[in-house]
Design a protein around this ligand. Structure first.
Ligand code: GLV
Ligand code: MN
Ligand code: MN
Length: 419
């Protein structure tokens, strides 16, 4: 095999240049917000398709809005090694979450093409579009389409403006009726690899540029609705109120206490909307999100029953109605041991992190859904101060370059194993 591969430094510079290109597309001026099926998502998908083509991949934007690129191996139709992540973002996002993984895949494809390396498998790079699940109450829907686990009910889901997912998909240029056909045949993906910013402080604290993910934590998301009674803020005595927002505030604190009772568990209310939302009206209703996670499936189940009990107690004491509706659940997903070993070999060949630090992921990733149909593994990259889902999210160009080089070496390691 030829050794004319770009150095980590060159790959880092290419990665940062590509990220600058991709992150020009935002739904909001002055900050990065790229929600699933938005105009900025369409622009980013077009940009990604073009970048894949420049890297020698045949690329399409698929029926669900993902960008899929493929380069055949030694003969057409071989099972693929798929490198993927996502190009949708949270609101006011960081530049690396998802985007780094997509750019890494494209740079690996480009480096292999430039070096004239023919692989004993096809190489695919995918940019998923609905990893953050910020706009619609779905769960990793675009990777679920490939995994064959897409829930048809998601097409009826509505965003906060009342737009149906299927209508948004058609406006984007996708095709709801084509989603079932995206499911990959068993055995057609030999391995799934995802590079991702750590979104936590462990690698930085331990002085490691990259680390290997052992498992992705279990998680549950629910929509909660509390209905009390609206009234005049000046006239309804405190003892006669059914203030839905005050009840919800108690629930938020109860949620925090439930998470605090379980080591390594976390729980968050990220959205809370009072209705009608006026300074002189006692809030008659609220809707809020609940997101809770744990490395253990059993702990997650125990947390859910504690949360339901605590919320029901608060609702009964305050005389408000409560509905608690989970809409996304994912069990903890272990990463494939053989692929973890391949990543460790890639790290050793790159000369980074001799220890190949292993760590679990508290964040959800498309690798969770893909692990249902193929061996899957992830490489984390050091994250300054562990800050993510924030414009302050950052990493160094040098670390990005190390990660892409490790990914390249890992693909070559998989090729050696197949040869
Ligand atoms: C995705 O970033 C998540 O919420 O874990
Ligand atoms: Mn992500
Ligand atoms: Mn994210």
């Amino acid at each position: 095999m030829t050794t004319t591969l770009p150095s980590a430094a060159v790959l880092g510079a290419r990665a940062f240049a590509a990220l600058a290109g991709l992150n020009r597309f935002s739904d909001e001026p002055g900050r990065l917000t790229r929600l699933y099926l938005s105009p900025a998502h369409r622009q980013a998908a077009e940009w990604t398709k073009g970048a894949m083509e420049v890297a020698g991949l045949t690329a399409v934007i698929d029926a669900a809005g993902s960008v899929q690129g493929r380069r055949e191996g030694a003969m057409p139709g071989l099972p693929a090694v798929m490198i993927a992540s996502h190009i949708d973002t949270v609101k006011d996002a960081g530049r690396f979450d998802g985007n780094l993984g997509v750019v890494s895949g494209i740079l690996v494809a480009q480096a292999l093409r430039d070096a004239g390396i023919v692989l004993p498998f096809a190489l695919e790079v995918v940019a998923f579009g609905d990893e953050e699940n910020v706009r619609f109450p779905t769960h990793l829907s675009t990777s679920s389409a490939l995994a064959g686990t897409y829930e048809p009910a998601w097409l009826e889901a509505r965003d906060p403006d009342g737009i149906r997912l299927s209508d948004a998909l058609v406006a984007f240029g996708g095709d709801p009726s084509g989603i079932a056909g995206l499911a990959r045949a068993p055995g057609s993906i030999a391995a799934y690899l995802e590079v991702h910013i750590e979104q936590g402080p462990v690698l930085e604290a331990e002085g490691e540029a990259v680390g290997i993910v052992t498992a992705i934590n279990a998680q549950c998301r629910a929509r909660v609705r509390v209905v009390g009674e609206a009234g005049h803020a000046g006239t309804v005595p405190m003892s006669l109120r059914k203030d839905a927002l005050a009840a919800s505030a108690e629930m938020v604190l109860a949620l925090e206490a439930v998470a605090a009772a379980h080591p390594q568990a976390v729980a968050t209310v990220g959205v809370l909307r009072p209705d009608p939302g006026a300074a002189n009206v006692v809030p008659g209703a609220t809707e809020f999100s609940v997101d809770f996670r744990s490395p253990s499936n059993d702990t997650l189940a125990a947390m859910e029953s504690a949360i339901r009990d605590r919320f029901a107690g608060i609702a009964a004491r305050r005389g408000v109605e409560l509905s608690f509706a989970p809409y996304a659940r994912a069990e903890a997903v272990p990463m494939d041991e053989a692929l973890q070993a391949a990543l460790a070999a890639g790290i050793a060949r790159t000369g980074a992190n001799p220890g190949a630090r292993r760590l679990p992921s508290g964040a959800g990733h498309d690798a969770m859904t893909m692990a249902a149909i193929c061996p899957a593994a992830m490489l984390f990259v050091r994250n300054a101060r562990g800050i993510s889902h924030s414009p302050l999210e950052s990493m160094t160009e040098a670390d990005a370059g190390i990660a892409v080089r490790v990914l390249l070496e890992t693909v070559l390691e998989l090729a050696r194993r197949r040869a």
